[in-house]
Design a binder for this molecule. Sequence first.
Ligand code: ZN
Ligand code: ZN
Length: 1299
Amino acid sequence: MEEFLKHFKTHSRADQRWLCEVFEDQRWLCEVFECVKEQLYPLLDASLGVCVERLSLAVVSKVQRAVGSDLPVSYRCVSVSELKRAQRTACFSSLSWSSAHYRESARGAELLLPEHKPLPREHLLLIGSLCDGRASGSSDGVWRVRDAGGSVSCTMLTSSCLWLGRLMLFPTWNYIPQNAPEAGYLELIDAPVCVTLEAMAFDPGGSLSEVIGVRRAAELLRQRCEDQGCVCVSGQVSAVCPLLLIAGKRFFCLILSDGGSSVPVFITEAKHQYWRQCACVGQSVWMSSLRVCSLQGLEGRRVLSDSCQSRLHPHESSEQTDTHTDAHTDAHTDAHTDAHTDAHTDKHTDTHTDTDTHTDAHTPLPSSSAPSVRVKRSTLISFKGTVTKILNAEAGLYEIDRQVGLCLAYQPAQKWGGGLRPGAEIQLHNVHFTYHASPFAPRVVLCACLRSSVQISAFSRLRSEVEAPGSHGPLQRLLLERNLGVSQYLWLCYCHSAVSERLCPRWVRAERVCVVAARLLDFVCEAGQKTQKKRNIYREMIQEPHKCPVTTYCVCWPSVALWSVREVCEWMWREVWVSLSLLSLLPPSVSHMTSPELNASLSWSTHSVPLTHTHSGPLLLLGVLELDSTRATLQLRDQTHALDCVCVQTGQSGAIDTAWLGCLVCVRRCTLVMERFMKTNFPSWKHLDQPSYITHKHCRVYLQLRVDDLTIISPSASMSRRLSERREESAPRPRRPLTPAVVPERPLTPAVVPERPLTPAVVPERPLTPAVVPERPLTPAAAPVRPLTPAAAPERPLTPAAAPERPLTPAAAPERPLTPAACVSLLLRLESKQGVRLQNGSGAGHTHTHTLQLGFVCRAACLGDAQRWENDPRNCRTQERERDGGLRKIELHFMGSCVRWFPVLHPGCVYRLVALNTADVSVLKTTGVSARGGVTQLISPALLLQPQWRMHTLTDTLTDEQCHQSGVPALMSVSEVLHSSSAPEIVSFYGVVSQRITLQEDSGTKPKIQSLTATKDPSAVEDLRVRLSVQDSACPGHVIHVYLDLSCGPYTLGLVPGAALQIHHAQRKVSRACNVYCRSLPISRVSVTDLSSVCSGSGVSQAPPPPPPMMLLGEWASARTQRGVVGQVKGHVVRVLSLRLQWTCSLCGSIFRQTSCGRTHPPCDSTSSVFQAEAKVAVEDGSGEAHVWFSSETVCDLLMLNAGQWEGLQRHVRVKGHVKVYTRGYSMTCDEDPDESLVQYLNCLCSSAAVCRQIHLTCRIRAQRTGKPLLRKVHRGQTEFICKFTPALQLQCQHIHTR
Ligand SMILES: [Zn+2]
Ligand SMILES: [Zn+2]
């Protein structure tokens, strides 16, 4: 040490430094000496005879030359092991950069990407030996910096083979630590400076005189000459393919070209793998001792391959013996910065050429499989740019220059993401330019394949996370497994992130996300459209013209968007009010409606849109089906939201049942239903354009879907059990079932990574041992990757505990034991189900606090006694013992959170009721419900369901006689309810809703349950008493009014015009006018069975309803309602019996004269009025006569007045406010002033031939008191008769067909 320090004594004294500085220098020199002794000296070959002092001197002199003349005392020597252990944050260190240079560079980088911070500067001195990993036992082509304590991986912008094994000073570098401890890598920014002085062992490995050009080498490969020695080839590198690892062997391919010819060179020797970092596209090199080999993987094509003695040299290598001098370092830095600026200036021209090539590439290729999918050819380009964002490191997706995508998935994954951190400048060679490959990726995506090279041209100065794993992520594995095209791969990545965002981890485990995404890809792509040709890596790397999976791509396909549940809800919340047109909600007679009539018509309306109309492209909804216990509805859920569903059954598939709960489904077809509730106070229709009269509005949105339209992406445990049982039934031998949507899970073993299937096929031609050459598949996806056809392997559920299994009330549910717990079950067949409504219930825990809670009651037949099980039988096949014991009727009471079972319980179905975690069969013992006061009711024994009990729908056929007879009574039709004389008082029937009218609440009546009526908006008040007009599904003319009170239970969804309904347990009533109607009872239940006819007017072609039947008045009068309620009549207007014309106050309904309301007690200050008219006309058609009533909007047509005449008439009436004329004798008269000109005019008009004419009408029967026939005196000459007259048929005109 003293000897070493001696060298600096004079130096320090001569400088006349302050004493402390001398000490500082001394201290620093000691530190360097110690470091050299500890870390570097052991690396040196003892045969060189270099002592520690000499080595230290050399180090200090190199450091001094790098930094300037002064000793950089602020720099601290750092060993590799210390760097890896202690440096937890990314940093930058440079000996040669001035502070100003560093700040400027950092600011420049920060300006470009303000979301990232520049790397902080550390003052560290790093010296070590450059090696290629063989020292640490791996030849992975990665360079390393090593000292006595360990080694760290590094990357360089350029490197020379001559640096290997040398002791180097690293003037400028970034250190990027990684998440794992002691993992990190170096980015060597400036070229390293050689420290040692020993002579270069320059071995060209072959005589230079034998160097041949690329053209000659290509000829050599074409000749089938047996005896060929090693050759030395010189040429320009035109492609550097990525490093591949196949069957544990690493190799890569270079393509040398010169003029028009090119030769591929395979570098297979482990000790040459580090060349991959030395060779750059565009560089001129020569390579020595290359052998000619035939490539098994490519029909024996002959290529060049390296041998043990091979050397790689840049062309200017003759001058490169002293590259590591300082002069060169400077030159290199200059060159580097030059290249840097070039890259920036070149960028624009590059982009322009890109667009040109892209227009050329627009010629579509013929696509046989799907004419709708456009297939385009991509162009090979080179590109320079800056990485601006890591889109998805795992999927190999990056963003360059803020607008261009880069996909590296077709290349093997690189360690540390290949240094592709935001801010890094890169050069891409031979990448595929694709335009609009996917709507879910940047417009331009550059795709790197095995022919492409991705080189960093400047390391990022910014701090960023390095996430990319060194091996293939599941997405890339899937890409290889299925040979996906780039469009499909980009869609898969989009789908993958959608699934992980919305469903992971609650419903889909992280490691299963890829499986789910792959199934969705299967679902959206037809099999023929997505399979590409198998990849052949050798063809991809070397064959001309180049062909690879990215050569062609589909334009924007698949374009299916995946909406989250929240997105669809938000769309509906917007659409429901955007679509609102007040005028369209009102009948044609709007101008004659008073304010209360008008506002009542606006209080409720519905709007429904098919899912396919919501988005410009195809759309899928993805979610898990679960039950909601507060609303007793089925919901589609993901982590963003939950949406109510009305699941209807049509076709073969049954109703939704318990096995569907917890299934991950996707929905391509469904109807989005939006119900609007509005409180308005429009004075008249003229004010409809003023939204300020809408005082309150809210909406309910939900989906209407059919079981047939649900596609299972991942089944629940129960569903997979059912599917596998069905498979067994349909195929006794293990055959593959045809359930394309449910692709069974197959573990993604690393076998599909190209490491395994790719066998190194570069077999030297000599010695010729064809028998030894293994006949193994050479394409990445050929052998071990079996096509993913559905196999008989049983499904594993996505969630270990399917949704309904989760206790809803954690307090009530016992802790789930780890071992399978015993449980007891009961087999039931449901016979009837009542509606959900608020009930006085003692809490589920039999406490005596009586609270109002939701509940419903089912009647069921017990098919056997309670059974004990070792573990939960769920929905497995029934066993014989379960049907032991007599058939007996019980009542099931569902209270509180148990009401969630409501949507999946259907009369006629068989269920297994399971009580978990108990072996006591008596828990399922039914008792007579003891009412308060100890009175036992005379009803069937009842069972109160516990929240943690489960229901399971069983679908296996029960053989027992008793099981076949379902106790479900048949439903009546609307006509039967209307006309059957023997109809019971409580009826259950089915029909189609033709109209829904909100009945006005009595003022002051509040909805009974605020919390249930308005879950979204606590201030929302709904009118929940409605009148449904339900028509017979077979004869639409038969209509019954059903009065429902929706306020005492959860809101019933789907009661919209067009919905097919089943109404259970309604009370049948007959009005005083002998009309039959129905009223809901507390036990009533309304269920929607079909909404197929519910479609909005938004572009959906919908067949108009069939016209009502033609009626003869005579027949209609005799049979009345039995012949239907609505009909067409062709007849003759005999005379106008009465005509009433009136101006009505819009607010209070009183007569309105001139400009003021006629009401005086209390006075009305209304200023708006509406004109109303009513006429009663006798019409006969030869078979009989009827009295037809015409209301305001039809009177004008009846009287054959044009608009001007009609207006004039209204003006005349305005003077007195009203006029009523009626027939007396042969003319019409008026009570008040019969001689008034208006009356005279009306008299003339009504008796004119224009009015008394042939007429074609659509009428409905008007409510009337039938009853006893009228007795009337009739005179015939002198004789007086008393005749019985049946009262005339009273009809209300709905439409006049002829004017
Ligand atoms: Zn390619
Ligand atoms: Zn009034």
